[in-house]
Design a protein around this ligand. Structure first.
Ligand SMILES: NC(=O)c1ccc[n+]([C@@H]2O[C@H](COP(=O)([O-])OP(=O)(O)OC[C@H]3O[C@@H](n4cnc5c(N)ncnc54)[C@H](OP(=O)(O)O)[C@@H]3O)[C@@H](O)[C@H]2O)c1
Length: 253
């Protein structure tokens, strides 16, 4: 896919990997819209990238997803790229039964399955008919290396990302004869606020690639139509002493 001349909607695009993608698409000459729930993050993203369009939206809520789709299609008729990037990550210990699952819901009202999987599937369904009318279009699903090498403290997160991988495979097949290309972006550990400090709490001292390091090979891979973009972090692999893409931190060999 070309990285310039697009109109791109990035969910969760006000911070981290989503914001890095927004910056690169803007640099390449694309118009970019980002959505997220936190107004302050959207404002800061807009201060950083004045050409950015921002929209407050909780993609885990059906009515907000539908309003986002109506608004985006009405205001950005050339919209041709959807980046399903928004995600959350929680530590869940099943030895405590349902305690962690309910605690996260009570503390922040968030559910990994709702945000990482259900919302991504429904966003795809809402936008695909519009994207199919464009001459060239793309859906970019952000999964994770943990889809392939799951890690014990993050069982639900890893399962949602494995499902995103499976969904991306079948979606790519379904849309093969349409103008919509389906990409899966598979990040390694990247230093963002995704884990809300849990990595540090688990005793980790290395927090992964910076978004700047991560994004360079990603944009090249979009340009080369590499549909599964698996970014490796040699530093992490060397620290673990495993072969590239080997077992995850915390997993016994
Ligand atoms: N960082 C890593 O190591 C890593 C590795 C592999 C994969 N990933 C994936 O990369 C993607 C981006 O994560 P990141 O690392 O860049 O973390 P991040 O900075 O926390 O970005 C996640 C974004 O998603 C947004 N979001 C969360 N729930 C949302 C909702 N219900 N509706 C709308 N927006 C929502 C957040 O904004 P609000 O809270 O303001 O809504 C936030 O801006 C995620 O899918 C993550 O799973 C990250």
């Amino acid at each position: 896919m070309k990285t310039g001349g697009n109109t791109v909607l990035i969910t969760g695009g006000a911070t981290g990997i989503g914001l890095a993608l927004a910056e690169e698409f803007v640099k390449a000459g694309s118009e970019v819209i980002v959505c997220a729930r936190t107004e302050e993050n959207l404002k800061q993203a807009k201060d950083k990238l004045p050409s950015l369009h921002t929209k407050k939206c909780d993609i885990a809520k059906e009515d907000e997803r539908e309003s986002l789709c109506d608004w985006a299609v009405a205001n950005f008729k050339d919209l041709n790229v959807l980046v399903n990037n928004a995600g959350i990550q929680r530590m869940i210990d099943f030895r405590k039964g349902t305690a962690d699952l309910f605690r996260h819901r009570a503390e922040d009202g968030e559910d990994e399955i709702e945000v990482n999987l259900r919302a991504l599937i429904y966003m795809t369904a809402l936008f695909t008919p519009h994207l199919m009318k464009r001459k060239e279009a793309a859906i970019i699903n952000v999964s994770s290396g943990l889809a392939f090498y799951p890690m014990a403290p993050l069982p639900v997160y890893c399962a949602t990302k494995a499902a995103v991988h499976s969904f991306s495979l079948t979606l790519r097949q379904q849309l093969e004869e349409t103008p919509v290309k389906v990409f899966e972006l598979i990040p390694p550990m990247v230093d963002t606020n995704l884990d809300k400090g849990a990595r540090k709490a688990r005793g980790q001292t290395y927090f992964g690639l910076t978004t700047a390091e991560f994004i360079i090979p990603v944009m090249q891979s979009f340009g080369n139509d590499e549909y599964e973009i698996r970014v490796q972090d040699p530093k992490l692999a060397a620290m673990r002493g495993d072969h590239p893409g080997g077992p995850s931190v915390g997993q016994k060999k």
